[in-house]
Write a protein that binds this ligand. Sequence first.
Ligand code: ADP
Ligand code: MG
Length: 586
Amino acid sequence: MPAIRRLSDATINRIATGEVIERPAAAVKELVENALDAGARRIEVLLTGGGIARMEIIDDGCGIAADQLALALERHATSKLADETLVRIATLGFRGEALPSIGAAARLTLISRPEGQDSACRVQVAGGAIGPVAPAPGVKGTRAIVEDLFYATPARRKFLRSPRAEGDAAERAVWRLALAAPHVAFRLVADERVIFDLPAQDEAARVAALFGRETASSLLPLEAERDGVRLTGLIGPASLSRATMALQSFVVNGRPVVDPLLRLGLRLAYRDVVPAGRHAVAALRLTVPDEALDVNVHPAKTELRFADGNGVRSLLIGAIGRALARPVSLANAPVALPSLALRPPPSASWPAPRPPGPVARGFAEAELALAAPPAARVFAPPPMPEAAPVPEHPLGAPIAQILDTYILAAAPDGALVLVDQHAAHERLTEERLREEFSAGRIAAQPLLVPVVVEVSPSEAARLLAESETLARLGLEIEAFGPGAVLVRAVPAALKNPDAAGLLRDLAEEFAEADAPLALEARLDAALARLACHRSIRAGRRLQREEMEALLREMEATPRAATCSHGRPTFLKLTRAELEKMFGRRN
Ligand code: ADP
Ligand code: MG
């Protein structure tokens, strides 16, 4: 057995490098954080070859005095921890690990000049060896140049992805920091391409610049506070979702974080309105009392520990729920259909659509030509007055029902509106159930003859584990052997539900959640399922009055633009889009 010995500083630094600097994105993040900690008003980041070949970070911050330059490169040397309790950490850095770690893995040059110092000084560290400090030309502030990342640790270099992928990640790291510090001017250049060049600005302007103006124009402002924790920011409406989490930014006490608790909170908050596999858009900022936060969890400091994680999550879910609950308006109509214009004309073998009622003809034919399968049926409700749409009804007046599934309406601004009757009704039912639930009015209807529903043993277990949640919604179940569940009562509101279908759906819903859901999320999920089972089916013919009532109720109901599964409840084709499709304008 070999003797125990101390590792050399050089080796210690190389090991630390792996924790702090695992790729160019991490190095760039540390160096920009240093610039922010130095009080910079302007930061410039230049990346070459994905940051692997070279990165340069230039700031106009406080600088490092000549006699401190070499010390800055030493391990655990920091100017930022005045008291060593690690409780109140106001700066982004505090471990004194970044510069020595980068210097152990690459060639790092620092050129710095504090205010009042005659000239700048320069120091270089390569593969852990610190060179002499010497005067050099330079203005106030600091330039950090990193070359040949991981040349000194080839084992790590092998794990790097392509310069392109590393460059993307590095750009993202700067993007996050730029969102966290809108009051600082940021310029990012990658391989001589200017990625962004932003002046000091307010938060909304920064989000607009970094999320894209079009996305930003639909974002909803958010503000909430609870127990000293403040949440502000901008979030996407229900109709806006993305295939990835790329447009999600969390900033906690000025620090950009990628935190699982916050991500999960956001997902739960949007669970109802964003389709599975899609992701909400949000730029959120939390301000938490220092003593309620531990940032010393992870070397890269991107994960946090909240003293009251549940409180933070409820704050997030509640605030987002309220913001999304604003009723539909014309201003944020969910989906336009420009892509329809690009569809090939319907195949000639389709039978010509049966002529619809006289009034509906023009609109209905246009729709059929775009979307109808062969058996298209259009139902124009009999008494069809020449109803001019009333301006205060954004979804307009119903004109016809198509395929017994969609309601066609004309909006006051000349737009065509198509409503999916099932999706829309499902949302209305869910909101009504939700209201009943919060008023404590969901009644259970005992069944005269309890129903035995056969399910798989795992489904049975899952349902029984939730029996208390379900009981609060009026659904009373009991164990009935390994592969079955006994239903004693159903929610009165559901009239005659198909108990078996409902239970299977619920089991699936509870199984889908890949993390234990909070009670409110489980209730939400169950409510959505109940709503689905009580709603107007696609394929049911509606009378004009029913259509009218559905449209009016949608306008008055929160979150009516999407169904409980996140699909849109209505689509809109504006007058301008119609004119474009018909070649009346470009
Ligand atoms: P930490 O940021 O955790 O203190 P670093 O290794 O990143 O550790 O930096 C070490 C020290 O070097 C900092 O505490 C700071 O005093 C100084 N420093 C680093 N970068 C800059 C900069 N851009 N401007 C001014 N001082 C800097
Ligand atoms: Mg640092």
